[in-house]
Unconditional design. Structure first.
Length: 159
């Protein structure tokens, strides 16, 4: 039997094991302080949420998401992380977790749910079923080491 609910204090050790598994898969290195800070935020911040998927009582999947304002919409929900233990994949756990997050977001006034993934991620087979791929959309992240010519531009609004 599968159950999904918010993460709670007793989930700490298993949550970290799954979070570290996700990070290892994506080749992300984090320190112990990062996991502690994130854990506290998942439990204490009303805009940042973490859920656990349990299969027969064992925590086998985690998802982290956050609510945020939007310029054009009532609000949006960003699914930041979704990870299911490799031993229990392809049993509908990830699909159920996405639907749970979508329902929670809608109930709290954030009807638009979105996420990012790698082009070659195996999870895209699932994402193509439950989501809409925006072909041609390219994700950028600010590069702090941008060339000086770019940095010498006038500040926005200083015209």
């Amino acid at each position: 039997m599968m159950e999904i609910d918010f993460l709670a204090e007793p989930d700490r050790a298993r949550w970290e094991s799954l979070a570290r598994g996700k990070d290892a898969y994506f080749e992300v290195e984090r320190g112990d302080d990062d996991y502690e800070r994130t854990w506290r935020r998942l439990l204490d911040d009303d805009r940042i949420r973490g859920i656990a998927a349990r299969l027969d009582g064992e925590l086998v999947g985690i998802a982290h998401y956050l609510f945020h304002a939007s310029v054009w919409y009532a609000g949006r929900c960003y699914l930041a992380d979704l990870y299911v233990d490799a031993e229990v994949r392809r049993r509908g756990i990830a699909t159920t977790m996405i639907e749970w997050v979508a329902r929670d977001a809608k109930e709290h006034g954030f009807p638009s749910l979105y996420w990012n993934t790698l082009e070659d991620a195996p999870a895209r087979a699932l994402y193509d079923k439950v989501g809409r791929h925006h072909r041609g959309l390219i994700h950028y992240a600010h590069r702090r080491d941008a060339p000086q010519a770019v940095l010498d531009r006038p500040e926005p609004g200083s015209r």
